[in-house]
Design a protein around this ligand. Structure first.
Ligand code: CAA
Length: 291
């Protein structure tokens, strides 16, 4: 199936990155959110991130201008119905995603493929409410989307071959690498990554190491580009906690118990970089540990 128009729902951290890479690859993107402010911040962020790519010679100024011209924004979910492929990238919360798909489905065309950028939630369950589970699948980008090479593709139990092949072709067209994952809680990347982050939080909680020593150990001792606590702040502690809860509930194994300290940070509204405080405080020039 030919894809030219892509609808992206949610203009936050992941949604703006997805719009960015899709527009650069030549797709017409319609970006939807519930607030004009969020949409205009997303366009500013895309402009800034494309400028980084211009400065480092990865794209030309003309590519940037052409890509930005391919992005439109809308507050109306009905406008997203015109897309060939929809990628939902709203908050990692199942009821929120269900409300979005319930509102969207009456507006889509027969051929429209629906996908979710969920990092952990059951694709089969999200698909089952749309009345067209064969044209539904998981399309999971990594953060920061313009930089990270992998996209996980997750088939629900009913996803048909044409839907999968179409999404795979889109990933290849972006110059990214697809990885197929089965539809089990948190798929591949987060099934492995989140327990590591959660364990890092336990390591802090139990006083085995400080924020700095934990991050430094994993950067220098395991060659990770970011320490696990720095990475948790980057992803968002609310997202990390939501994924741990999906693993804990979905696999019913105590090894996935979210660390109480992670819950406490989320309850405090210290969600990481996006709220300027998490395991680090980002309000000054240089991030400093908050404990
Ligand atoms: N848009 C465009 N370019 C960007 C960018 C963005 N948002 N963020 C970084 N870049 C570019 C920079 O411009 C720079 O480009 P050049 O090399 O061409 O100059 C390059 O990426 C490296 O960036 P920096 O020099 O600023 O910093 P860095 O070397 O420390 O790298 C990083 C930053 C790429 C984020 C690196 O620290 C990293 O890879 N961290 C780990 C990220 C990770 O693990 N992501 C997965 C999270 S899990 C997930 O996303 C799944 C989920 O569902 C939760």
């Amino acid at each position: 199936m030919d894809v030219t128009k892509i609808g992206v729902i949610g203009a936050g951290q992941m949604g703006n990155g997805i719009a960015h890479v899709m527009a650069l690859a030549g797709y017409h993107v319609c970006l939807n959110d519930i607030s004009e402010d969020v949409l205009s911040q997303a366009l500013t962020r895309i402009d800034k991130n494309m400028m980084r790519q211009v400065k480092s010679g990865k794209i030309a100024q003309a590519d940037k201008a052409a890509a930005l011209a391919r992005i439109t924004t809308t507050l109306s979910i009905a406008d997203i119905g015109q897309s060939d492929l929809v990628i939902e990238a709203a908050t990692e919360d199942e009821p929120t995603k269900q409300v979005i798909f319930d509102a969207l489905v009456p507006h889509i065309q027969d051929h429209t493929i629906l996908t979710s950028n969920t990092s952990s939630i059951s694709i089969t369950r999200l698909a089952s409410r749309t009345g067209r589970p064969e044209k539904f699948m998981g399309f999971h980008f990594m953060n920061p989307v313009p930089v990270m090479q992998l996209v996980e593709l997750i088939r629900g139990i009913a996803t048909d071959k044409e839907t999968y092949d179409t999404c795979r072709a889109v990933v290849e067209n972006l110059g990214k690498t697809p990885a197929s994952a089965e539809d089990f809680p948190a798929f591949i990347v987060n099934r492995i990554l989140m327990p590591m982050i959660n364990e890092a939080v336990y390591t802090l909680y139990e006083g085995v190491g400080s924020v700095e020593s934990i991050d430094q150990s994993m950067k220098l001792g395991a060659n990770h580009p970011m320490g696990p606590l720095e990475l948790a702040d980057f992803i968002g502690l609310d997202t990390c906690l939501a994924i741990m809860n999906v693993l804990h509930d979905g696999l019913a194994d105590t090894k996935y118990r979210p660390c109480p300290l992670m819950t406490k940070y989320v309850e405090a509204g210290w969600l990481g970089r996006k709220t300027k405080r998490g395991f680090y405080d980002y309000r000054g020039d240089v991030p400093v540990p908050t404990r």
